[in-house]
Design a binder for this molecule. Sequence first.
Ligand code: ASP
Length: 329
Amino acid sequence: MNRRFALTAASALLASLVSQGAFAADYPEKAVTIVVPFAAGGPTDKVARDLAEALRKPMGGQAIVIENVGGAGGTLGATKVSKAAPDGYTLLLHHIGMATSPALYRNMQYKTLEDFEYLGMINEVPMTLVGRTTLPAANYAELAKWLDANKGKINLANAGLGSASHLCGLIFQQQLKIDMTTVPYKGTAPAMTDLLGGQVDLMCDQTTNTTSQIESGKVKAFAVSTPKRLSTPALAKLPTLDESGLKGFNVTIWHGLYAPKGTPKAVVDKINTALKAALKDADFLKREEALGAVVVTDARVNGAEHKKFVESEINKWGPVIKAAGQYAD
Ligand code: ASP
């Protein structure tokens, strides 16, 4: 390299660092969009809208806008963000589907561990097995008998391959050794509408979407997906699937926040600082707790930590999904 070229390259690098620094210092200067890869009104959407409220102040008062890009189990929304400008103005709020999709989609348009800047984990959410009110079963033992007697006729709603409801339903069928007809939706909000209308029989869905429906008796609740019973008053009486005979059943959903790869580090750091503050917001904590979700406030609200965790989840669920032989092109 000759001296003149080296000097030009060095000053170009310096200029880019200075402009990135100036850009980061002013960030955010306009509304920030969080893409939710599922339909409005569902569990992930609820977390995102509550988080958006809590983020507003630590993000300098800028509006945080939610954009629902549902479909293909969350992969359409994730694809959109992976290809968005890496400027901190388009973020993705996604869940365990970040880790299950690589094993399900043969032609996924993004690489989970390479195409995003990881901003941190948000919360953990248990799931509940719920059914239409007209099901002739008052508890899990009666449901198990009904499922056995109705093999080949049972419908199970989910939010598409790669969704949390898909994963929970898949393990449920595997452990029961009963195949059900799965009915995919763009999110569990529209799936819940059909469950309330009695068009589908069952769904495994996050407490953030089912708690109020269980409380008001609009769905029948049979069990929870976690190894321990829940403390949320509306859900405390529900047995675990593990204690109901499906030994070792343990599906807990987590959510995280992501930015497109290449977002300047100073911007990533600013969002992470704002996220940490939002996750301590008293109103946010209260709302999440009432819906059975546990907000993460420890070292996991960190990009590097969260990325390591997602990688471990890919390694954990990949073999389970592959063993089930499910995939999409
Ligand atoms: N989280 C999805 C939703 O918000 C549902 C799912 O993953 O099952 O609709």
